[in-house]
Structures are given as structure tokens and as C-alpha cells.
Design a protein around this ligand. Structure first.
Ligand code: ZN
Length: 145
């Protein structure tokens, strides 16, 4: 288990650009603002949803490309965190997209998801380093002890 203590830092809120990549945009803001650790939430609307699912047997992400990727969707929820991976800020986000019938689809946000409109809030946390490294058991890039 890891349980580190942090203090609250800056809160950065804003709107992302039409047709930009959702994951890239958040990573760019974290890099520009030098946010090393924090929590992220986003609401809005997207198209070209790209999600992944981590297959615990094969220990690889599989793309969920066939799930609603061609439809415009609401971002019913998109939450995650930012920490350091390979020496720079790395956003880990999960997303739930909802269609015009209210059906929801969720997973690990992958590159390629395009923004129609998105409002974000990043809560920075300050304290010890929060850095990712490959975990030998899960084969996921998890937070270091
Ligand atoms: Zn994930």
C-alpha cells in the first residue's frame, strides 16, 4: 500500500479547443503549468471516442474501438489524476461517454478522442513525488512506493 500526504496547490480551470485531442490537451496543460501531481475532472462533449480496457490475463490494453467511436457523445464523466512518468507530467484519465439515448460507455481514455467542447478543472497537490514505474505483478505503470 502507498499512502502519502499532500497539501492542496493551485486550481486550474478552463475550456479546451474544438477538435483537439482530449488526452493530449490535458497533458499539455499539465506540462505548461508544471503540474507534477493532481486530480482532474472534465465534462463536455466529444466525438471519435477512443477507450481502452486493460486485459488482466494478457496484461495489455485492448482498444474498444467499436464502442460508439463514430457517434457524438456527452462526457458524462471524465476523471483521473496527473503524476510523473518518464520525467514528465502524465495524465491518467477514465471516461464515460453517453449517447443520445443516455446509454453510457466507459473505459481508460486513449489518444485520439476529439473534443467538441470540454471544460476542465485540475486540482494540483503538493508534497512528495508521485511517480509511476512498471509494477512487476500487474504490468501497469503504477505509483512508486
Ligand atoms: Zn486507466
Amino acid at each position: 500500500m502507498i499512502a502519502k500526504e499532500f497539501k492542496t496547490g493551485r486550481i486550474i480551470a478552463g475550456r479546451l479547443d474544438f477538435e483537439s485531442d482530449l488526452l493530449d490537451s490535458i497533458n499539455q496543460i499539465c506540462e505548461d503549468k508544471e503540474i507534477k501531481a493532481g486530480f482532474i475532472n472534465i465534462i463536455g462533449a466529444i466525438f471519435n471516442l477512443k477507450m481502452g480496457y486493460f486485459d488482466q490475463d494478457s496484461k495489455e490494453y485492448v482498444y474498444l474501438d467499436d464502442i460508439k467511436s463514430s457517434e457524438p457523445l456527452e462526457i458524462a464523466s471524465c476523471t483521473g489524476n496527473v503524476s510523473i512518468r518518464y520525467g514528465k507530467p502524465f495524465a491518467h484519465l477514465h471516461i464515460i461517454g453517453s449517447d443520445r439515448d443516455g446509454n453510457c460507455f466507459g473505459g481508460h481514455l486513449m489518444p485520439g478522442t476529439k473534443i467538441y467542447a470540454a471544460e476542465f478543472c485540475i486540482q494540483e497537490i503538493l508534497g512528495e513525488d508521485l511517480e509511476r514505474e512498471l509494477d512487476p505483478i500487474t504490468k501497469l505503470p503504477l505509483w512508486k512506493k
